[in-house]
Ligand binder design. Structure first.
Ligand code: MTE
Length: 304
């Protein structure tokens, strides 16, 4: 049940990753990048020939200065500065609910018990932009296996930190705080589902969800909850912040699907941050081989 099912093609080996980074560095010396920089987000990937644009990671600069973290700001460019001094130590993560081994981890113990590895994933936001991010993290399945879910457990509920003193919009913005998310247990157990602890080989910056966030690469980015303090196994479908705020627009599944439009815009294409041309959006964000079986027999238009 806990076997790894990611083909090696989905996890870039270290050498390949390093050579990509070297490539990005080298590409920065080309003149085209400098010319394009004036009218597009600053990313060196612009200088790359089209044939190698496929999945080059976005720059750390892009990844950490274009963020959604509504506890801090609605302005993607403002989150980094507002989150800079957010206290992420001490920090504990409670694992509870329908499990045999409930446990509250101090974050340092959790990081030691579950060593992080590097995984390069595409992240597709519901707002129709995307990035490629070299995460550090470990499969959520490892933590769930240690917790021993009972046979009654069907879902996993994630709860983010509630700290209005240090998160300005938790006092003013009209959301049902804290941020919450949920997965079906089999989605949570899929080897692609990551608890992210870092990026580009370093601990997670605050704006990216330090010290622990979820990454579910075949789902829209809002499923990837930041600042996790609680993971609970349940037998009922957890309510989520976005589904509660606007059920017509944000379903429980939120699988990336170019064939199902958001009520207010198409999901057929996306803008990769750092590129000029739009690219077609792929079903399950391109992870169809790994996850399509989870939805066999389900109508993805009604289960959006
Ligand atoms: N987690 C929390 N706690 N609060 C948020 O506002 N925003 C979500 C998700 N996780 C959000 C969150 C949304 S809408 C997206 S697209 C991703 O985080 C963005 O992740 P990034 O800023 O690392 O790209």
């Amino acid at each position: 049940m806990f076997r790894s099912n990611i083909p090696s093609s989905e996890i870039a080996p270290k050498e390949q990753y390093l050579s990509r980074r070297d490539f990005i560095k080298a590409a920065g010396f080309l003149g085209a990048g400098a010319l394009l920089a004036a009218c597009a987000p600053k990313s060196l990937t612009e200088a790359a020939p089209v044939s190698v644009l496929a999945d080059v990671p976005n720059s750390l600069e892009d990844i950490t200065n274009y963020n959604n973290y509504y506890e801090f700001s609605y302005d993607k460019a403002a989150v980094a500065k507002l989150a800079k001094d957010f206290p992420t130590r001490p920090w504990s993560v409670e694992v509870t609910g329908m499990i045999n081994k409930p446990k509250t981890y101090d974050i340092e113990d959790l990081l030691k018990q579950f060593p992080s590895e590097e995984r390069i994933y595409r992240l597709r936001c519901v707002e129709a932009w995307s990035m490629v991010i070299p995460w550090m993290g470990f499969p959520l399945a490892q933590l769930l296996a240690a917790a021993e879910p009972t046979s009654a457990a069907k879902y996993v509920r994630f709860v983010a930190v509630h700290d209005p003193e240090n998160m300005p919009l938790q006092s003013s913005a009209s959301f049902d705080w804290p941020y919450q998310e949920g997965l079906r247990l089999d989605e949570a157990m899929n080897d692609l589902t990551l608890l992210a602890t870092g990026l580009y080989g370093e601990p997670l910056p605050n704006q990216s969800g330090a010290p622990l966030r979820l990454v579910v690469p075949w789902k829209y980015g809002f499923k990837s909850i930041k600042g996790i303090v609680k993971i609970e196994l349940t037998d009922t479908k957890p309510s989520t912040l976005w589904n509660t705020a606007s059920p017509r627009e944000y379903g429980f599944y939120s699988n990336v699907n170019p064939n199902v439009s958001h009520p207010r815009w198409s999901q057929a294409s996306e803008r990769r941050i750092g590129e000029l041309a739009r690219r077609p959006t792929l079903l399950f964000n391109g992870y169809e081989k790994e996850v399509a079986h989870l939805y066999d027999g389900m109508d993805l238009a009604t289960n959006y």
